[in-house]
Design a protein around this ligand. Sequence first.
Ligand code: GRF
Length: 212
Amino acid sequence: MKIAVLISGRGSNLQSLIDACATDDFPAEIVLVISNKADAYGLKRADEASIPTAIFNHKDFATREEFDDAMSNAIEAAGAEFICLAGFMRLLSDTFVKRWHDRLINIHPSLLPTFKGLHVHEQVIERGALFSGCTVHFVRAAMDEGPIIAQAVIPVKPDDNADTLAARVLEQEHVIYPKALRLIAEGRVRVSGERAIIDGRKTPDGHLANPE
Ligand code: GRF
């Protein structure tokens, strides 16, 4: 499966996908990395992996739709059929989200549907949550909404601050994002209503998850 990855910055999740795609039997290939920031460190990671890159500065476009259409066209021209958002910090238009319906996923550093939006780890600590984690989900028009494909859970420690919590969540992001992408590329994920059904997935106690 040919994919495009959209980034805005550091690109550590992009790196986890690059590393996964470089393993022998991985069923996906990154054919384009797009950034809306020219100085995103993730662009260097793509260069190092010899993956084509493109920069789309939203300020060069009159409307959000024009910006999104330009990206869609570049993604299709590169032959990509699927998109992974990895720290892409622009809201996408309804048109873009519809065009890529069920072919567009995101990683968010909380256990959705709790703690949406920005400053997630601060929110988690402020609310005294005992657990946090991360979620890979299909993208819908509303921010941080959509069928959940994979999650990892970690305990919040009493002495955690936003940075220490973010670092432990990030480690798990790098584990679940490639796993979720593999499931999709293997054709094991379908969407039923607002729920992702994973073929053959087992819960830790050995039962099939998402039974129908
Ligand atoms: C990650 O925490 C991701 O969950 C969120 O933005 C951050 C991106 O980090 N959507 P990186 O650029 O992948 O290092």
